[in-house]
Design a protein around this ligand. Sequence first.
Ligand SMILES: Cc1cc2nc3c(=O)[nH]c(=O)nc-3n(C[C@H](O)[C@H](O)[C@H](O)COP(=O)(O)OP(=O)(O)OC[C@H]3O[C@@H](n4cnc5c(N)ncnc54)[C@H](O)[C@@H]3O)c2cc1C
Length: 430
Amino acid sequence: MPTALELDAPRCLYTLTATPAVPTAPLGGALRVEVVVVGGGYTGLSAALHLAERGRRVALLEAREPGWGAAGRNGGQVNAGLKHEPDDVERALGPLHGPQLVRLAGGAPDLLFELIARHGIDCEARRTGTLRAAYREQHCSTLRASVAQWARRGVAVEFWDAPRVAAVTGTDRYVGATFDARGGAVNPLSLARGLAAAASRLGATIHSATPALRLERDGTGWRVTTPGGVVRADRVVLATDGYSDNLWPGLRTSIVPIYSSIIATTPLPSPLCDALLAGGCVVYEAGNITVYYRRDADGRLLMGGRGRQHSDAARAHYGHLVRYAERLWPALAAVEWTHWWNGQFALTPDFYPRFHAPAPGLFIGLGYSGRGVAFGTAMGAQLAAAAAGEPLESLALPVTPVPRLRFHRFWRIGVAAGVSYGRIRDRLGR
Ligand SMILES: Cc1cc2nc3c(=O)[nH]c(=O)nc-3n(C[C@H](O)[C@H](O)[C@H](O)COP(=O)(O)OP(=O)(O)OC[C@H]3O[C@@H](n4cnc5c(N)ncnc54)[C@H](O)[C@@H]3O)c2cc1C
């Protein structure tokens, strides 16, 4: 029987390459736990796993299956840091939370790779670094500033010149890049399934095909209603990111659920495979329109970027990514592209992740703006700490109210306009 992910994204590569899922069943009947987690992506699974590691009784409710959302369909890039440079983060968040958030985001790959090692998660994890590549000279000043800012914090991010970038990527498009050894790659769906398996082994109960339909106060705790049952819990973690619905008032409309698209080749033949991304690092481009790519464990090229702003299985709509890849490596013209898919993640207008605690015992983490593989996992650990009763002031992110995006109804138009504006800015070199 096809999985929920296969039904929604039939050409998603990871349904072919990921490790099998542990069996999970829908909730039937009543359940009493200390913490109920809603959402089975990295944020929710990591929260459940960290709570189970602390010996807490925890249940996770996932509407489809663990990894069905962005966690099971992303680019598999493990990147350190946020969209903003460390100095900007500290300026924006102040002397308490600024340095804490920089440390959390900078250390998120460490947290992820340690978690993978601790639980023996088989997910093609490799720590071969991240290249942030610039094709315009003016992006290089941002990159050099980034190197200096991380150096002041004791982190050795390197600036590479054009020949060195060309030697590693196999394309001469770039004028420079930063190399960050903290980064790497995973098979995203294997990671999600591995986190689910690890949490289950430690006693967490994971229910798939179990959408949380209603969330209500129940004495001093909470009651979550699903189609087949009810969970009572002292505390609740909401981890629904770009797939947030109306379970908590205003959450769905507090973020932009932007789509990103990926297309993948068949395993590349040996001479081409060796020439392209020789160092095995993952790459994302500096600039307004993010293009990201990497090679997987079988030697396929995965190329990701913007695309249609709706669920889309039509191969024709991924042509721009193929054309861009062929521009980087003309030899790819002879190669077949066998997989294409898209998915949603929560974008916040200021690109800062969000941590909300809008009612007693209710904690929400979301909004990683396309960088949630490492950061979402780290956020899960923060939410687990909050749900385990640690003081909120000790956590890395400030608690903020759930904001209202005034023009949320028009987000598709806004995203399309933003993309065109970004494209114009990139062409003009601004
Ligand atoms: C195409 C694409 C490429 C990306 N590439 C990268 C990358 O290379 N590197 C990187 O760092 N980040 C990347 N991202 C972003 C990253 O995947 C996300 O930031 C991350 O997966 C968010 O994790 P999450 O657990 O918060 O949310 P998700 O993984 O989206 O999980 C949310 C889950 O909540 C469930 N849910 C929603 N409502 C309910 C409900 N009422 N009841 C029960 N369950 C519910 C959904 O079914 C879903 O499974 C990419 C995203 C996409 C879409």
